[in-house]
Design a protein around this ligand. Sequence first.
Ligand code: 5U1
Length: 402
Amino acid sequence: KYYVLDSPAISDAEYDNLFRELQRIEEEYPELITPYSPTQRVGAKPLSAFKKLKHTVPMLSLESLMSENELTDFFRRVYDGLKGKTDKPVEFVCELKFDGLAVELVYEKGKLLHASTRGDGITGEDVTQNIKTIPSVPLVLRGDDAAIPELIEVRGEVIMRIDEFERLNEEREKNGDTLFANPRNAAAGSLRQLDPSITASRKLEIYVYGTGVVKGKDMETHFNTLNFLKQLGLRVNKYIRLCRKDSDVIEFYRSIEKKRQSLPYEIDGIVIKLNDYSQQKILGERARTPRYAAAYKFPPRQVETVLEDIIDQVGRTGVITPVAVLNPVRLSGVKIQRATLHNINEIERKDIRIGDTVIVQRAGDVIPEVVAPVRSKRPGDCLLYTSPSPRDLSTSRMPSSA
Ligand code: 5U1
C-alpha cells in the first residue's frame, strides 16, 4: 500500500515495529525464512557477472512518432490494416513513455522467480537480486491462489525520480565520481550493479505496462490487463486513458505535455497501443517493433542560459569534444551545467561565443546540447573559442562529466 498504491494503511512507526518483530521471529526460527520475506530484499552477496536470460517472447521496442502528421499516418496504417478483418470498434490505450530501463519480472504461482533487463530484446541480464531491492516490486503477488496465474511475465520500466537523481549526483560530485548524464542513465547504472547493496542504496521505482507469456489467465484487451496487473499488486501508473476516438489520443498527449514539467520523473512522450488483442494480432510485428503500438514523442526541451566557458574533453579514443560550461539551469526538473558543442566546426557554423546567452536542448536520452546563440542578447565582450593546439591538449583540463 505504501510503495505501490501510494496510500499507506499504517504509520511508519507501526511498519518498523512489525518489520522488527518479523526479524526477531526469523532469527529465532530461521527455517521460517522464505526468499519472499520482506527481510530478504537486501543482503544477497555480490555477483562476479550477470547470467544471461532469454526472454520467452522478444521484448520489442517502439516506433517513434515525431509529429502530428506521423501520428495521423500511424492511425491510417492501423485502420487500413484492420479493414474488413474485425467487427470490433477500434480503441487505443494511452500511457506514459517512461525514460527508464525496460525489465521483465517473471512470477511463478505468484512468487517472483526472476527478473531480467531487456538487453537486445531477445536476451537480457539476470538482475533478480537487484530488482528485489526495489520496494515497489512485489515479491509475492496479491490475491488468492485461484486469482493468480500459474505463470506471468510482467514488463515495465525501472526509473529513478529526478530528486533522487540529483541527490545521487551531488553525492558523486563530493566523492569525485563521474556524474550520471540523466535519470535514465542513473537508473540503468544503479540496476546493473553486481553488488545489490549498491542498488538498494539508490531509490529506484518500477511501473509495469504489459505482459509476455501468461499461463492460467486469458485477457482480451490491454486495458483489462493493466487493471489485472493492478489487482495483483503491481505498480501501474495512474495516467492511462482508454481512447475511443483519435482525438482522445491527441487530447491525452496535450494534457500530459502540460503536466510533464511537474511530474517527479522523466517521460519523453506517450505510448499508444491498440486495445484489443485480436486486433493487435491482425497487425502483427516488424523485426523489432509492433505495428499495433507506437511512442508519440514530445519535442526536445529547450531553455536559455549563459555560456560561461568552453573546455576541451578528450575522449578515450583521443577525439576532442568541446564542452560548454553553463550557468546552471533547470530543464524539466534536471539541473544542467554542461552541454556538448559537438566539434569546432559546429561552434563556428552556429557562431557560438563564450559569454553568449545560448539555447540548450535535451532530447530523450542524449546528453544536453547547445543549439544556438541568442544573437539579440550577445554582450559586447564575448570571446571567440579557438581550438586547442596539440601541445595544449596534453595538459588540457578534463571536466568531470557532461
Ligand atoms: N507505457 C509503456 N511503455 N512501453 C514501452 N508501454 C510500453 N509498451 C512497450 C514499450 C517498449 O512495448 C509494447 C507495446 C510491446
